[in-house]
Design a protein around this ligand. Structure first.
Ligand code: FES
Ligand code: FE2
Length: 347
């Protein structure tokens, strides 16, 4: 299996799952249908009818249940068949797989692996600022035709800002300041501090909005990674030498969900402590960040295409890769542990 399956992945924004409609989405190679049950709770089922394997995505919703469009079997949000047209009895084995689905931190999280192991308490709390009363959050989705780990690599090595994002987030100061990397069994933290410099355009504009003048700034980037590919970046700038609270503090949240080995649903958010009462700013930030992430999308897709042409070729590592190397090692370890547990269970 190419992915960690026993993990929570963001499947969708709650607004994407509308009452009375089916959202078809593939997560970790598992085709799913998401819809709202009778109570309005979002649910996820395997996109395969247990009768003759018609995709349920081709059916429709009736009263919070999904009707298969082929011979009309109907399934509730737990995957149980509740109607077989023309037949009074419904055998208990007439059911489709249901995936655990939980709404938390402004997203819908799905567990594509063993449902018995799905504990909502393990949904990464690093995302809590997405619906925290002290922060204002916004966000979007970018669909990327690359392996999902290329996007976590991208976020763990922000030297790319100086080049890929040279008109917004990057400047020479980023690349000139080294990173400090820490890790334990469950996470990697990469920190870069950039004192007393002229801030990059994105931060310069946001600091000016708050202060009404241009000043030199201290900038911080603290990247928190948890497997499979959950990344929260504490970012911001403050007038040089001043406490962070006097500047503009942001939090970029990234939940990276594999669709297949070659495609990814990249859910991102931005929570801020600055200009919280500026309603138009959320829309502007989403527009700006979506444009910035288009630059990442183009880079990741280009790298993925080269890797597909040259499978297994060696690459050169540099100092800035410390975080990506540790994160990849952690993910590989989890995948191997799942495979070993599955092999033991099969003996
Ligand atoms: S395939 Fe779904 S009802 Fe027959
Ligand atoms: Fe980027």
């Amino acid at each position: 299996m190419p992915f960690i399956m026993n993990a929570w992945y963001v499947a969708a924004w709650p607004r994407e799952v509308e009452a009375g409609k089916i959202l078809a989405r593939t997560i970790c190679n598992e085709p799913m249908v998401l819809f709202r049950d009778e109570a309005g709770t979002a649910v996820a089922l395997e996109d395969r009818c247990c009768h003759r394997e018609m995709p349920l995505a081709m059916g429709w919703i009736e009263g919070g249940t999904v009707r298969c469009s082929y011979h009309g079997l109907r399934f509730d949000g737990r995957g149980k068949c509740v109607e077989i047209p023309g037949q009074p009895n419904v055998p208990p084995r007439a059911r489709v797989r249901a995936f655990p689905l939980v709404e938390r931190y402004g997203w819908l999280w799905v567990w594509p692996g063993d449902a018995a192991k799905a504990d909502p308490a393990s949904i990464p709390a690093i995302f809590q600022r997405m619906d925290h009363p002290d922060w204002t959050a916004c966000g979007g989705t970018t669909y990327v035709k690359c392996h999902y780990q290329l996007i976590s690599d991208n976020l763990l090595d922000l030297t790319h800002e100086t080049y890929i994002h040279r008109s917004s987030l990057g400047n020479q100061a980023v690349v000139e300041h080294p990173i400090a990397t820490k890790s334990d069994a469950d996470k990697v933290v990469v920190q870069r501090l950039i004192p007393d410099h002229e801030p990059a355009p994105f931060w310069k504009a946001n600091l000016f909005r708050k202060l009404g003048k241009h000043v030199n700034a201290d900038r911080w980037q603290i990247i928190h990674f948890e497997p499979p590919a959950n990344l929260v970046l504490d970012v911001g700038v403050t007038p040089a030498g001043r406490p962070r609270g006097e500047g503009v503090e942001g939090c970029n949240t990234n939940a990276i969900t594999p669709e297949t080995e070659d495609s990814t649903w990249y859910f991102w958010g931005f929570a801020r402590k600055f200009s919280r009462d500026d309603a138009a700013l959320s829309d502007k930030l989403v527009e700006t960040i979506a444009k910035i992430f288009e630059e990442d999308r183009a880079a990741c897709e280009a790298v993925h295409a080269v890797m597909k042409r040259n499978p297994g070729r060696k690459v050169v590592d540099v100092n800035a890769d410390q975080g990506t190397i540790l994160a990849r090692r952690m993910v590989t370890g989890r995948i191997e542990a799942e495979a070993a547990a599955a092999a033991r269970a099969a003996e």
